[in-house]
Design a protein around this ligand. Structure first.
Ligand code: ATP
Ligand code: MG
Length: 296
């Protein structure tokens, strides 16, 4: 029984989520800005951690929004993912435990990361610096906590530069948040081309596995049209769970919180909990939840 997660606060019907057979590494990418990459990263991560899984969020965006939402110190001088990528600082010196959320850790981004796109250009193995650091960290985590990480989420900036390429080389899956609005699918061609390029040349394991529709407003015809369009074009990848547009979701980061921490009964929280569950059960290989599974 994992006493980090109490029965009362477990929103998965009293059952812990299944562990994937292998750590699932997701790059959360869409070069379009403001579509819900960071919001989806932190809230899916928090919901999966509540389900008893070990989760790491890597903030790979110099804006540092994921670090903020997870209440992780990320002012200049804090060891961050820039130090890992550029100065070879081990990720174990960078990762912080997320306060008040057992099983969740974050590698923060400080503003230093803004320089990384340029500094990486002249470095050796510039596309694979993140995967090397992650591989070392995974071994460290398993050793320290006696179990492997179940999920790693890499929150990308809204661009397809070297930071995003590092994330794509490190990941096995790409999760693309799609905002339910006009032009939603525009620009996706470029992202898919980049994914193809990386999977051809640098990371044959990579695939665009998941699309999550965000900021869905059931009152508008347009939102429904976008949902229909995405589901028609990506019947396997599109998740069934829709994330509604919700004031609570947008307020949470200003309190340095995920929406689960801010207002867990809100429709936004419930949607991310449902999405986390759907994601966990979509894994190709699933190990049964370990002995901590409780039945209701
Ligand atoms: P960027 O490209 O700048 O990194 P992003 O893709 O990470 O942006 P977010 O920062 O997650 O996007 O979201 C953009 C804005 O929309 C934020 O202010 C966020 O709080 C708000 N937002 C995200 N999802 C929702 C939602 N479901 N309902 C209401 N507001 C939302
Ligand atoms: Mg973001």
């Amino acid at each position: 029984m994992n006493d980090n997660v109490s029965r009362e606060t477990n929103d998965f019907g009293g059952q812990f989520l299944p562990h994937p057979l292998k750590t699932r590494i997701f790059t959360v990418a869409n070069q379009k800005g403001g579509v819900g990459k960071t919001t989806s990263t932190v809230n899916l991560a928090a919901a999966l951690a509540e389900g008893g899984l070990h989760i790491l969020v890597i903030d790979l965006d110099p804006q540092g929004n994921a670090s903020t939402a997870l209440a992780i110190a990320h002012h200049q001088g804090v060891p961050d993912i820039y130090a890992t990528l550029v100065d070879n600082t081990p990720m174990s010196d960078v990762v912080q435990a997320v306060p008040h959320t057992p099983n969740l850790w974050c590698a923060p981004a400080t503003i230093d990361l803004a320089g990384a796109e340029i500094e990486l250009v002249s470095m050796l193995a510039r596309e694979s610096r993140l995967i090397r650091a992650i591989t070392a960290y995974e071994a460290f985590h398993t050793e320290k906590y006696g179990q492997p990480l179940d999920y790693i989420f890499i929150d990308c900036p809204p661009s397809l530069g070297l930071l995003t390429i590092n994330a794509l080389v490190a990941a096995r899956e790409v999760l693309v948040p799609i905002q339910c609005e006009y032009y939603a699918l525009e620009g996706l061609g470029q992202l898919r081309k980049t994914i193809e390029l990386v999977s051809d040349k640098l990371n044959t394991d990579l695939k665009l596995s998941t699309m999550l529709l965000t900021m869905y407003d059931s009152r508008t015809r347009l939102a429904q049209d976008v949902v229909d369009d995405v589901k028609a074009n990506f019947p396997v990848e599109a998740m069934q769970t829709l994330i509604p547009r919700s004031v609570r979701i947008s307020e949470a980061p200003s309190r340095d919180m995920t929406v689960l921490g801010y207002d867990r009964s809100s429709p936004g929280s419930q949607a991310y909990i449902a999405a986390a569950r759907e994601l966990a059960y979509r894994a190709e290989g699933l190990a049964p939840a370990r002995e901590e599974t409780v039945s209701i």
